[in-house]
Ligand binder design. Structure first.
Ligand code: F3S
Length: 63
């Protein structure tokens, strides 16, 4: 499983990093999120999906 995040569309709400600080972090310079760990294991899938579902602009994809 892989996480992708379209940084261009990110509005910097910070939800993803709040839900999963292990997988996402905020870039202090751009104010946008980035993926800390692109390849995830099965145990991390639900957290990744929760972050993807919570993103208000739906720029996170898990697959
Ligand atoms: Fe950006 Fe969505 Fe995360 S807007 S900060 S990618 S929840």
């Amino acid at each position: 499983m892989k996480i992708t995040l379209d940084q261009e569309g990110c509005i910097g709400c910070g939800l993803c990093a709040g839900i999963s600080p292990e997988l996402f972090a905020m870039d202090d310079t751009t104010g946008k999120a980035f993926v800390k760990q692109e390849d995830i294991s099965g145990g991390q899938e639900s957290e990744a999906n929760e972050a993807a579902d919570s993103c208000p602009v739906s720029v996170i994809a898990v697959g």
